[in-house]
Design a protein around this ligand. Structure first.
Ligand code: CAA
Length: 283
């Protein structure tokens, strides 16, 4: 399928980043959220991130206007244009919430459109079962979406070769590097990343080193751009915990048990950058 227009459901960090990348590559995008203020905030973030690219001469002032004009804000998933070629869901990491959105969309969106989820760990096979399993796929972008090259393309049990081929080709058109992944908990990225973040949290809880020093070890010792605790704050500690729970339950293996300190910070609403405090404090 030659995908020309796209709906992105959810205007949070991932959703607005995905809309940004489609629009900068010439696609028409509907950006959908439940309230006007959420959509306004999403467009504001895209505009700010386009300014970074403007400053670096990646785009011109006229380009910025054109890119923003390709994005149509929409309130409510039920108002998604029915003739879009692709819907990408990027709402919270909650299986029931995602299933509910896909069920709603399935009855209104044309039957040959592809449904994709940007889930970071929830089973694509389970998300697809009640709607259109052969035209359902995982499209897992990395944060910040305009900067990170990788897209994990996750094949559910029934994802067709045609759907996979269309999404692979599309990802390349977006300037990304797609990687084919089969549907197991956490896929590849988070199966490897989250145990590292969890272990860093155990090391902090056990007093092995200070939070700053744990991050320094991984930054200077392994050349990671961010230490694991800073990265966890960047991703969101609630998101990290939700992914660890998917790994722990999905594999029934205690090696993925979430660290009690991570659980405590989430319970205290210290979720990282988005709440102003996680492992570290932010202005
Ligand atoms: N939009 C557009 N450009 C952006 C941007 C955004 N949202 N955020 C950063 N940039 C650009 C900056 O303008 C800058 O551009 P130049 O290199 O051309 O100067 C570049 O990215 C680097 O940004 P900064 O100079 O502000 O800061 P930095 O050098 O510290 O890099 C970073 C920031 C790119 C985020 C870097 O620290 C990094 O790569 N961190 C690791 C990110 C990572 O691991 N992401 C994956 C998270 S896991 C995930 O997303 C999946 C999941 O399911 C949990």
């Amino acid at each position: 399928m030659n995908i020309k227009n796209v709906s992105v459901i959810g205007g949070g960090t991932m959703g607005n980043g995905i809309a940004h990348v489609f629009a900068i590559n010439g696609f028409d995008v509907s950006l959908i959220d439940i309230k006007q203020e959420f959509v306004d905030k999403a467009i504001g973030s895209i505009s700010k991130n386009l300014d970074r690219q403007l400053k670096k001469d990646i785009i011109s002032k006229e380009d910025k206007e054109k890119i923003l004009n390709r994005i149509t804000p929409v309130i409510g998933a039920e108002n998604t244009p029915t003739d879009v070629d692709l819907v990408i869901e990027a709402i919270i990491e909650d299986k029931d919430a995602k299933l509910s959105i896909f069920n709603k969309l399935n009855s209104i969106i044309k039957p040959d459109s592809i449904f994709a989820s940007n889930t970071s760990s929830i089973s694509i096979t389970e998300l697809s079962a009640a709607t259109r399993p052969d035209k359902f796929i995982g499209m897992h972008f990395m944060n910040p979406v305009p900067v990170m090259k990788l897209v994990e393309i996750i094949r559910g049990y029934s994802t067709s070769d045609e759907t996979f081929g269309s999404i692979k080709e599309l990802s390349e058109k977006l300037g990304k590097v797609p990687v084919e992944v089969f549907d197991y908990p956490g896929f590849v990225a988070n199966r490897i990343l989250m145990p590292m973040i969890n272990e860093a949290t155990f090391a902090l809880m056990e007093g092995v080193a200070s939070k700053e020093d744990i991050d320094t070890v991984m930054k200077l010792g392994m050349n990671h751009p961010m230490g694991p605790l800073t990265l966890a704050d960047f991703i969101g500690l609630d998101v990290c915990l939700a992914i660890l729970e998917v790994l722990y339950n999905g594999f029934s293996d205690s090696k993925y048990r979430p660290c009690p300190l991570l659980k405590k910070l989430v319970a205290a609403n210290k979720l990282g950058r988005k709440t102003g405090e996680g492992f570290f404090k932010y202005d």
